[in-house]
Write a protein that binds this ligand. Structure first.
Ligand code: ADP
Ligand code: TYD
Length: 202
């Protein structure tokens, strides 16, 4: 696979989608072919799974069942969208990837890290070349996410303590893997975008 694989991670409302879109536009303006995609989703089958996991009551699925659903969605996304694009030499930017499962299913509701990692090894087996972690205070993230509220609120409904655990988990993960760049998301979208572009091109 010759293309570049970039993921955006962070808590809900941190600005990932905004920044992933901006980065895609900037790289396209420089002549790169860029696939902008997201998880859960990014392929037809995975978008169907998305509705199962993001809508409904918080107790609709256990963390264990979620690991299976998110990993199934990711496998389809990888087969149908990500791998073909990387093989064509294109740049793939994904709004969330496996680190989200490591955090939201792996640590927020008990320690399921080993289960997440084993299933990842078995079924996914690839990591991004670069991961942009947009870091933000969860209270501000929830405020932003609630302001744009729609039907996909299952994880936002898990509350502030859940998002705080997630934030700490992402920061710890970033210390452990050199592919991460941590970006302060508590600034204007323009200022955040400048830092992200230099992390990507520098
Ligand atoms: P995420 O994908 O991480 O959930 P979004 O990019 O969808 O975040 O942003 C969540 C909300 O906050 C959106 O309404 C968006 O317009 C707004 N937003 C994004 N970036 C910023 C920023 N730097 N400052 C203030 N609001 C922002
Ligand atoms: P997303 O659409 O990125 O929501 P937001 O824009 O609010 O950040 O992701 C939806 C939710 O799915 C988010 O709360 C995190 C959750 N999620 C997991 O729990 N595990 C996963 O593996 C992924 C990809 C997402």
């Amino acid at each position: 696979m010759t293309g570049r694989f970039i993921s955006f991670e962070g808590i809900d409302g941190s600005g990932k989608s905004t920044q992933a879109r901006r980065l895609a536009e900037t790289l396209r303006a420089r002549g790169e072919t860029v696939i902008l995609t997201r998880e859960p989703g990014g392929s037809e089958g995975a978008e169907q799974i998305r509705r199962l996991v993001l809508e409904g009551k918080t107790d609709r699925w256990s963390a264990e069942t979620e690991i299976l659903l998110f990993t199934a969605a990711r496998r389809d996304h990888l087969e149908k969208t990500i791998r073909p694009a990387l093989e064509r030499g294109e740049t793939v930017i994904t709004d969330r990837f496996a680190d989200s499962t490591r955090i939201f299913q792996g640590i927020t509701r008990g320690d399921l890290t080993e289960t997440v990692d084993r299933l990842h090894q078995l079924m996914i087996g690839v990591e991004p070349d670069l991961t942009i972690l947009v870091d933000l205070d969860p209270a501000e993230g929830l405020r932003r996410a609630t302001a744009r509220a729609g039907t996909e609120m299952r994880f936002e409904d898990m509350g502030l303590a859940f998002q705080e655990k997630a934030r700490a988990g992402f920061l710890r993960l970033a210390e452990q893997h050199s592919r991460f760049r941590v970006i302060d998301g508590a600034r204007s979208p323009d200022a955040v975008a400048v830092d992200i572009l230099s992390a990507v091109t520098g």
